[in-house]
Design a protein around this ligand. Structure first.
Ligand code: ADP
Ligand code: MG
Length: 826
């Protein structure tokens, strides 16, 4: 009938027209309209992110093959890929390492710990108590005696400098009610290093293992943590002749592990660190002409493939801790597979602690898997009956209970990061102190030892030290103690169930470390730490049902959850034209690649067809994040390389400002004297220049509340970057005293982080409207300088979104340097 016919007509008229003039089916049209309506907000956001200049004509297109995909056509901008179309899809949202965002564990991880907050407050009101836990268990007087030497850290602005060292006072002897246990931590005391080596599980299979390696080009080695893979394998290979005419390399996903293990192996081989045995991490190369065993981060080996794609100097490479699936390890897998195919004389060993072995073996073409027999003891698992709201508090309580009521044996607690670890150590010390002062009986000593990656190396080494007779060690660690570092003598593990993970955060437009429930594989690994020396116990501060239902079976590989800027740049320079074709074990989501390519295009590192530009080729040379490399190279173009070089170096080390809580005002005043009102970057430059004028002196640093080790590190970084500049034949130029040019160079690399003034000390990101604030320690804040526009280095999330390191910029620079984002209004 007429009515329904008209209705149908009208509906048909709603059919959408494709670009080529043809019409979509009604169903498709409806679906797209619905999608676009649902996605209106999402589109706006993508549009801003895509960099469309406001007012740009935008068209939405429906991808008929992949129905979930909506393509935004943004005319005017020409991104480097897919012939001028910006492609974003809903999957551009990150893969969150969460099974269920509404589960108890997910909610608890977002809330964080009340105890940590309480202790933060306490610490800021009670100035004299920092880091005194190191003496916990000793007399109160002793504890207070530490005050004079304790250096204090400002959690907001500084990471612990290596000079965060404090004197270890002789602890007063207390009588203990702990009987001396036959713990194996005494083992090392009584045995020579050679005997210790022979005691390791890997020793019993040394010959068979070497035989398999002789017969195969690639071998996967699986063994329990602590079986001796990292420290022994390289030495066995050396003993078997693999260091003749080449070196044995061993990669580690973690900086700390590379350093600590190299040190241990140099001791076992009785050689100076850096001589026969050395290590290399970014900006730090402790190897020499004699080095035959080299530990390094996977990132370092990855960069070496740029210079020497066949890795000719290596006879054999051990890819250690492959199960961690770090971003660089995953890329190395693809690259080393090629090296194996090209060099018959090259061998590869992949080691893994968990059950990924088959996957690794398949990737290399069904290579043999060698199992090191375990020597593990049963671990009794105890579950929490209800979800633990404050897992830091829960862990502290549990540790105290164990200490007071359980037989000898050390405790290992897993927390998510430095903040929690310090708070837990503080709380433990405080409770020990209360017990010591209220109890008439002697209280057994508890040696509280934190470990996390930013902790200075000498303090890290303390976890391996033997506790005094009768004292119990309590190590409070991040997941670094899951597999990379093994401490003997642990009988009790307390697992909070959480860990930090680097995940792309779309709100901030960058990678951020966030707290997530760990995977079941990680939880089992944690529990296993208790069964190394004898039957142990693992206290899980989560329910069995959470373990079964809320935790992922294994962690999401880093390559699938983070920004790939550096990887894209690197692979492009290795002539991998189409990244989607690269031999990844688990390919990253296509959108991750496209996103990262887009960011590189914005910086000018990629051209419109996705190839490296001249700038891009140069950027690859620097072991820096793309924006920092860009800043450096703009320094060359604008004639202010000298200044920018120093700034980039200072940005590559932890904050050099030292702010002891009990001398906060004094140190703030000292910092203020370095302020350059319009720029934190120039303030950093100023600090470095003045240090240089004072002959790089240490005492000068102390007088001015600066971390001397941090500055020295910056000087080292600077000289290494300078070497690279020299090999590229880029001359140093200076624009001094015209600092506007420096600010312009900074702007050229960070215009994606531009923010506009909105209120007092309050800014909003120009592109995504994210609020961001000047940090109270910023020069701009301190000098009351609130320019209309700033760019910042990064956003840090503490109580608010703070801009870390901000610099005033002129709006016309933004239009000039970031035309894809900004335009000047007529
Ligand atoms: P795996 O790599 O199989 O986990 P490792 O080779 O790291 O095992 O460790 C073997 C043994 O060496 C462990 O018992 C560990 O405690 C010991 N060890 C490793 N590093 C050090 C160190 N820096 N100081 C003392 N002992 C160490
Ligand atoms: Mg290891």
């Amino acid at each position: 009938d007429e009515v329904s016919f008209q209705k149908k007509e009208a509906e048909l008229a709603k059919r959408l027209v494709r670009r080529d003039g043809t019409k979509m089916s009604l169903a498709q049209s409806k679906k797209l309209s619905q999608l676009t309506a649902d996605n209106a907000q999402w589109e706006d956001r993508q549009l801003l992110r895509s960099g469309a200049v406001r007012g740009t004509e935008v068209q939405t297109e429906f991808d008929e093959e992949e129905e979930h995909r909506v393509i935004l056509l943004v005319h005017d901008t020409k991104p480097p890929f897919l012939d001028g179309r910006v492609v974003f899809t809903k999957q551009a949202e990150p893969i969150m390492p969460l099974k269920d965002p509404t589960s108890d564990m997910a909610i608890i991880s977002r809330k964080g710990s009340t105890l940590v907050r309480e202790i933060h407050e306490k610490q800021s009101s009670n100035k004299s108590r920092q880091r005194f836990w190191e003496l916990a268990g000793s007399k109160l007087g002793d504890i207070l005696g530490v005050e004079k030497t304790a250096e204090q850290i400002d959690a907001d602005t500084a990471v612990v400098g290596e000079d965060g060292e404090i004197d270890f006072k002789e602890e007063a002897k207390f009588s203990q009610h702990l009987k001396k246990g036959e713990a194996v931590s005494d083992f090392a005391k009584s045995k020579s290093i050679a005997e210790q080596r022979q005691y390791l599980p890997i020793f019993s299979v040394r010959e068979e293992l070497l035989q398999v390696v002789r017969e195969n080009q690639v071998v996967v080695v699986v063994g329990e943590t602590g079986s001796g893979k990292t420290t022994q394998l390289t030495q066995y290979l050396h003993e078997d002749g693999y260091t003749i005419g080449g070196i044995v390399g061993c990669t580690q996903p973690r900086r700390v592990a590379a350093m600590s293990v190299a040190k241990r192996v140099s001791e076992e081989m009785d050689t100076e660190l850096g001589d026969k045995v050395g290590y290399a991490i970014r900006f730090e190369d402790v190897t020499g002409p004699n080095t035959i065993i080299k530990y390094m981060t996977d990132g370092v080996l990855l960069r070496e493939t740029l210079k020497d794609s066949d890795l000719d100097k290596y006879r054999i490479v051990v890819m250690d801790e492959a199960h961690e699936r770090s971003l660089n390890t995953d890329v190395l897998f693809g690259i080393l597979k090629k090296v194996v195919a090209q060099r018959r004389d090259f061998k590869l060993i992949v080691t893994s602690a968990t059950l990924n072995a088959q996957k690794f073996s398949n990737f290399f073409g069904s290579v043999p898997i060698f199992h090191i027999p375990g020597r593990t003891f049963p671990v009794n698992i105890l579950w929490s009956k209800t979800p633990v709201e404050d897992y830091v508090e829960g862990a502290v309580k549990q540790a105290m209970t164990i200490h007071i009521t359980s037989p000898p044996g050390d405790i290992l607690i897993f927390m998510t990061g430095q903040d929690e670890i310090e708070a837990a150590c503080y709380a433990l010390a405080e409770r020990m102190e209360q017990m010591v002062s209220s109890s008439k009986k002697a209280v057994p000593k508890l040696l509280i030892l934190p470990i996390y990656s930013q902790l200075p190396a000498d303090l890290q080494a303390k976890i391996f030290q033997k506790a005094e007779d009768g004292a119990r060690k309590c190590i409070v660690a991040t997941n670094i103690a899951e597999t990379s570092l093994t401490v003997d003598g642990i009988y009790y593990v307390i697992d909070t169930g959480y860990g930090k993970m680097k995940v792309y955060n779309p709100r901030m437009g960058m990678d951020a470390l966030q707290v997530f429930p760990v995977s079941r594989a990680a939880a089992d690994q944690r529990a296993g730490r208790a069964g190394r020396t004898g039957p142990g116990t693992c206290y899980r501060l989560y329910t069995e049902s959470a373990y079964l239902n809320e935790m992922l079976p294994s962690p999401v590989p880093e390559i699938q959850r983070t920004n790939l800027g550096n990887v894209v740049l690197l692979l492009k320079s290795l002539k991998v034209e189409n990244l989607l074709d690269f031999d990844f074990m688990d390919p990253p989501p296509q959108d991750n690649i496209l996103n990262s390519m887009y960011q590189l295009w914005v910086l000018g590192a990629l051209n419109n067809v996705g190839g490296l530009t001249e700038l891009g080729w140069k950027m690859v040379e620097f072991p820096l994040d793309p924006p920092l490399a860009k800043m450096l190279l703009m320094g060359e173009q604008l004639g202010c390389l000298e200044e920018v070089l120093t700034i980039v170096s200072m940005l590559s080390v932890p904050s050099v400002f030292f702010r002891p809580k009990d001398r906060a005002e004094e140190s703030d005043a000292a910092r203020e004297r370095f302020f350059v009102p319009e720029s934190d970057h120039l303030t950093l430059y100023n600090v470095y220049q003045q240090w240089k004028q004072h002959d790089y002196r240490g005492d000068w640093c102390n007088d001015h509340f600066l971390h001397v080790k941090g500055l020295r590190k910056a000087r080292e970084v600077r000289s290494q970057l300078l070497d690279i500049l020299k090999t590229l034949k880029i001359p140093l130029t200076s624009c001094w005293p015209d600092t506007d040019i420096v600010r312009k160079a900074i702007c050229s690399a960070y215009f994606h982080n531009a923010a506009r003034l909105k209120g007092v000390g309050e800014y909003v990101n120009c592109r995504n409207g994210m609020p961001c604030h000047l940090h109270p320690s910023s020069a701009l804040y301190g000098m009351g300088c609130t320019p209309e526009y700033v760019v910042y280095h990064e956003l840090i999330l503490t109580t608010k979104e703070y801009m870390q390191c901000a610099t005033a910029v002129e709006p016309q620079w933004l239009a000039e340097l970031g035309p894809m984002f900004f335009s000047v209004k007529e």
